[in-house]
Ligand binder design. Structure first.
Ligand code: 58G
Length: 251
């Protein structure tokens, strides 16, 4: 069970997106919970303003420290009332962060509560980030208008690793990035489509042969498309492992 708390100026955007399909069902079945907290609800400004100009000049507006801090405090106090643990990771999505990856998703899926802080405009006053943020994370080298999409990406990746969320508990591990290899190609009915046949071995009923074929496809694909992952895999498993020798003969 993981409780996701999202501090945002656009609560309906994340709530819509994250209550669809598999995650919507996971919320209904209480494997996860998702709450969006509107930072604007915590502003002390009588016009509801949450941004201001930056000191030193330059284009654009910055989210101010006060509403962000008070929104975080409200969520943290509620978590503390329910949970003995007083430490809760606070993730700020930013191009300046370390890059998100599957292993980090795995680590975060172990947490009971996670707070995601979504920035907008040109970002957030550095002082509140220093006080509350534990992890600065980027989903890749590009700039977006807000942290909501990166938060949704990360929450999706984390939530599907929470026990119960996926039907098949195996499939969260038995696929791409499990053991650091890319997924093998997959086929469904019909047997022939646009003159293309499903590889005969998959119809053979010989599970050992199917497994070997899939492993070989994964290795070949990874070597072709992601030489970086392939090299890491070879280092981990030893370049003279059985599967490697077989593949080298083939290619
Ligand atoms: C420059 C511009 C720095 C995450 C905007 C910070 C967040 C990309 C990612 C910001 C994001 C990513 C305001 C909008 C953060 C703030 C947010 N863009 N690559 N933009 O994960």
């Amino acid at each position: 069970m993981t409780n996701f708390h999202i501090l945002t100026l656009f609560p309906e955007m994340v709530m819509q997106g994250l209550h669809t399909s598999i995650l919507g069902r996971a919320v209904e079945r209480k494997y996860i919970s998702i709450e969006a907290v509107n930072i604007r609800d915590y502003t002390l400004d009588k016009h509801g303003k949450v941004d201001d100009y930056t000191y030193g000049g330059g284009a654009g507006m910055l989210m101010q420290a006060q509403p962000v801090y008070d929104a975080w405090k409200a969520v943290t106090d509620r978590i503390a009332a329910r949970q003995a643990k007083r430490f809760c990771r606070v993730i700020y999505m930013t191009p300046q962060g370390r890059t998100f990856h599957q292993e980090l998703a795995q680590e975060l899926a172990q947490e009971e509560d996670l707070i995601f802080l979504c920035g907008h405009y040109e970002g957030i006053d550095e002082r509140v980030l220093e006080e509350i943020v534990t992890d600065e994370i980027s989903i890749g080298d590009y700039v977006l208008t807000g942290g909501e999409l990166p938060a949704m990406v990360m929450i999706d990746a984390i939530a599907r690793l929470v026990p119960g969320v996926l039907h098949n508990t195996d499939s969260a591990v038995t696929e791409s990035f499990y053991d650091g290899l890319l997924e093998y190609p997959q086929y469904s009915r019909p047997e022939i489509w646009h003159d293309r046949r499903v590889p005969a071995i998959l119809l053979s009923g010989d599970h050992a042969k199917v497994d070997a074929w899939r492993m070989e496809q994964s290795l070949a694909r990874t070597r072709e498309r992601r030489p970086d992952l392939y090299e890491a895999y070879c280092k981990r498993n030893g370049p003279d492992s059985k599967s490697m020798k077989k593949l080298d003969k083939k290619l």
